[in-house]
Design a protein around this ligand. Structure first.
Ligand code: ADP
Ligand code: MG
Length: 392
């Protein structure tokens, strides 16, 4: 999906007010009826109708009349709300090129007023696996309020919380800067995904760094669950940065050992097959694979498998156990369909169609309201936007 931030400049404060009204309406409506948008936005003289037209033109809203007439946010509409909030907080002032397309995310380079560059990750849960998930009746049965807005927001909240905590505990991860809705703002890492590398100056050293990282995480009570060459960035000096945390689980997870071993084997495979460095054949290594039992014991000794664990510390960040459960259920349902996912349908048409499926009610969480309230005045539009979202 292209993110046409130029449109940001053309939108008035009324347009944003209406966009926010649709977001609020989606908390308990799959499609928000025009009367409700009109009443939430509180604009006089048909102002809401005018704004809806503008928002439709910029593809920020989608009109649907399948069951009844109504509107909902597109990915881009949701992006705009998040970006605007981050601009209002003074954290970013411009959006640049796209630097990454993950399976369920888009990553952009963004700048602030001082010309510093950051990475902005927009979560798009449901993008590739929505149909798969939707076909899982038991999953949907339990989750009436399945919605990409809600899930993407949870994923971003989790990622932000984990990144922040890991960084503070000295792990090589990007520095988390801010989170709003489905967006995570973080430091830009000057490194390439390890998947692009075929030759290393010191493969044994990098291999051991990977294994140590897996062990250290487990020692803090965490398993990454997607620890592979796509989520490890490698710099000039072959130093590693770990990214991508929405699927992390606690070492108290029922399948912890299996997940730990899977992470380890991914790395063994990558080095053996792609780098041509076979750990088993290197007598110089102190060990080939870290032992799960040892890592689990270390977690226990440090109290990381109980109240002292990072996962417990994280709950204080606003990311709660029930959120973890919602995400785990989604990822289980989505993950089991691997290989059947449609990739590359990322054009305007495709994403719009995917959204067709990807809409339901946004879950109700106090945080959404808080985000709206924070999403305040200033925008890079040059307009006075003071009460933009204040009354909504
Ligand atoms: P996904 O969850 O969709 O897999 P990732 O967080 O793994 O998304 O990011 C996808 C890609 O974006 C990465 O492989 C990397 O190339 C790039 N990327 C993500 N975060 C950063 C960052 N902080 N700095 C530089 N590049 C990044
Ligand atoms: Mg990734």
């Amino acid at each position: 999906m292209k993110l046409d931030v130029n449109a940001l400049r053309y939108l008035s404060k009324d347009d944003f007010r209406v966009l926010t009204a649709v977001e609020m309406g989606q908390k308990n409506h799959e499609l928000v009826p025009i009367e409700l948008i009109d009443s939430i936005s509180g604009l006089k003289h048909g102002g809401a109708f005018r704004s809806i037209k503008t928002l439709m033109r910029h593809k920020l809203l989608h009109h649907d009349s399948k069951y009844y007439e109504g509107y909902r946010l597109t990915y881009m509409g949701y992006d705009f709300l998040a970006i605007r909030a981050l601009v209002a907080r003074g954290h970013i002032s411009g959006v640049g090129r796209q630097i990454g397309v993950g399976k369920e995310s888009d990553i952009f380079e963004v700048t602030n007023d001082d010309g510093e560059v950051f990475a902005l990750k927009m979560h798009r849960l449901g993008r590739t696996s929505f149909r798969a998930v939707k076909s899982k009746r038991d999953y949907l049965g339990r989750r009436q309020n399945f919605s990409w807005l809600y899930l993407s927001r949870l994923a971003a909240l989790k990622e932000y919380a984990f990144m922040k905590a890991l960084y503070e505990h000295g792990f090589p991860v990007p520095q988390a800067i801010d989170n709003n809705r489905h967006a995570v703002l973080m430091s830009l890492v000057q490194a390439r995904p390890m998947v692009q590398i075929r030759e290393m100056a010191h493969p044994a050293r990098v291999y051991l760094s990977c294994m140590e990282l897996i062990s250290r995480l487990a020692g803090k009570g965490l398993i990454h669950c997607d620890f592979n060459e796509f989520n490890l960035l490698i710099g000039e000096d072959e130093e590693l940065t770990l990214i991508d945390f929405p699927q992390m689980v606690s070492i108290t997870h029922a399948n912890a050992e299996e997940l730990f071993v899977r992470d380890v084997e991914c790395i063994v495979r990558f080095f053996s097959k792609k780098i041509g460095y076979v750990p088993e054949q290197d007598p110089g290594l102190p060990y080939v694979r870290p032992s799960y039992a040892e890592a689990a014991a270390a977690a226990k000794a440090g109290g990381a498998d109980g109240e002292g664990g990072l996962d417990v510390e994280l709950a204080a960040s606003g990311f709660q156990r029930q959120h973890q459960k919602v995400l785990e259920e989604y990822m289980e349902a989505a993950g089991s369909e691997d290989g059947e996912e449609e990739e590359g349908s990322d054009d305007e048409e495709g994403s719009d169609e995917e959204e067709e499926d990807g809409e339901a009610e946004a879950g109700s969480s106090g945080r959404q309201g808080a985000a709206d309230g924070e999403a305040g005045p200033r925008l890079a539009t040059g307009e006075g936007e003071a009460e933009a979202e204040a009354g909504v």
